[in-house]
Design a protein around this ligand. Structure first.
Ligand code: FES
Length: 104
């Protein structure tokens, strides 16, 4: 397990998907208000970056740009087809204005 400093929370735009790369992993980070969500940056339908998709702040979801599947930012569960499998999510802690991500 490793703990990654993803940056200052003030550096992330609201409801905007941001691509992060750590230790060979590709992640997508989304800030919604005081909450920050981090998921694998890979749609479970096909290998396509979720960081290219749009965020729906009202439902706390991200849309895959390729075929339109939606995923919950909270738990990575697919909420619309064509995706049927979840995307991995990671624990996040905001401390002293910085975003820390727990990677297994
Ligand atoms: S690759 Fe994401 S919905 Fe098809």
């Amino acid at each position: 397990m490793s703990r990654i400093d993803a940056g200052a929370i003030s550096d992330f735009a609201e409801a905007t998907a941001v691509e992060l790369k750590f230790e060979g992993r590709k992640l997508v980070l989304v800030k919604l208000g005081d909450d920050v969500y981090v998921l694998d940056d890979r749609c479970s339908h096909e290998d396509f970056p979720l960081s290219l998709g749009e965020v729906d702040a009202s439902t706390c979801e991200i849309e895959c740009e390729r075929h339109g599947a939606m995923f919950s930012l909270k738990d990575g569960a697919p909420t619309s087809l064509p995706a049927t499998r979840p995307v991995a999510t990671y624990d996040v802690e905001i401390r002293d204005g910085r975003v820390w991500v727990e990677l297994p």
